[in-house]
Write a protein that binds this ligand. Structure first.
Ligand code: GTP
Ligand code: MG
Length: 301
């Protein structure tokens, strides 16, 4: 007789933490694919991004989420609801902190006493950006979080350098229910191409503009046409809140918008694996961040 094979496990893992700690970077590193947008600025991710990881005996459906904050306007409230919904649908949590920040302990206590107070989900803690601190700083940090008794494992990682990320995957699998896979093995996400196209354009805006511009901007794909023997045609609108922001986005003689368009097109082509024609235009939509109808059109509610 042969021994029982390892049972197949499948379930949802929500990746949560403060903005900018590296949640999206980690998802991309685990998937070996640039699925979720990343930038050096906080609050880059606004929607839940679903990414599916497969191995012989498990399927993990990761939910990348917007960084947890106290909302100040309607868009941020919607982002926090999106993060809350992801937590609710999860079987386990991957909590992430940035080891270079010194308020993580407070943050963890707050998350567990407020956001997670009604959930009893098992949680793994990833201590990210260890490439930025000296090795001898790590042990006291691990000990500190170990003493909270909140985590099944505490794993130091560098998402950027894919260091420790295998261990993260390994630690999550036993926390998932025994179940067959929910998705076929060749499926990476369930969100439509349009969503990722808009995200890629938004990422370029986060990289290129300072101060309030990235936060006053959103992108919606208005037309996405596959054409016979021609490149796909994509037209996307960039929403801003004021005409002064529109002028900045477009730049002198349209140069700034042209550059965003070129960079976005290349990244979109890489993502889709095919050539596209990308047309961008900028539209002023006053106070869209506060307007529930526009937020609904943009997919936030
Ligand atoms: N040095 C270093 N930088 C990292 C690491 N992981 C992520 N970063 C950087 O941290 C910044 C934020 O990364 P993101 O992945 O966008 O962070 P996030 O947690 O998804 O942020 P939000 O979407 O805003 O909540 C980017 O500039 C990343 O390159 C790491 O392991 N080491
Ligand atoms: Mg993110």
């Amino acid at each position: 007789m042969t021994a029982n094979p390892t049972p197949f496990r499948c379930g949802y893992v929500a990746i949560i933490g403060k903005p900018n700690v590296g949640k999206s970077t980690l998802l991309n590193s685990i998937l070996h694919f640039k699925l979720s947008i990343v930038s050096p600025k906080p609050q880059t991710t606004r929607q839940r991004v679903l990414g599916i990881y497969n191995q012989d005996d498990a399927q993990i459906i990761f939910l990348d989420t917007p960084g947890l904050i106290t909302p100040k306007y309607e868009l941020q409230s919607a982002m926090m609801r999106i993060a809350g919904d992801a937590i609710e649908s999860a079987d386990a949590l991957l909590v992430m902190i940035d080891v270079t920040e010194n308020d993580s302990e407070e943050f963890i206590q707050k998350v567990f006493s407020e956001t997670l107070k009604n959930t009893k989900l098992p949680a793994v803690l990833a201590l990210n950006k260890i490439d930025r601190i000296a090795k001898d700083q790590l042990l006291p940090l691990i000990a500190k979080f170990h003493s909270t008794n909140l985590f099944t494992e505490i794993i130091p990682i560098s998402a950027l350098h894919s260091d420790g990320t295998d261990r993260v995957v390994k630690s999550l699998i036993p926390l998932l229910p025994e179940s067959p896979a929910f998705y076929p093995e060749d499926v990476l996400t369930e969100q439509p191409e349009r969503f990722f196209v808009a995200e890629i354009i938004r990422e370029k805006i986060f990289y290129h503009y300072a101060q309030e511009i990235p936060y006053s901007t959103d992108v919606i794909v208005e037309e996405f046409k596959e054409r016979d023997r021609k490149k796909d045609f994509i037209r996307a609108a960039i929403y801003v809140e004021r005409s002064s922001q529109k002028a900045i986005l477009i730049g002198s003689k349209g140069a700034a918008l042209k550059q965003i368009g070129e960079e976005a097109r290349l990244a979109i082509e890489e993502f889709l694996g095919r050539k596209v024609f990308l047309e961008l235009w900028v539209k002023v939509k006053e106070k869209w961040r506060e307007d529930r109808r526009t937020l609904k059109d943009l997919g936030y509610m």
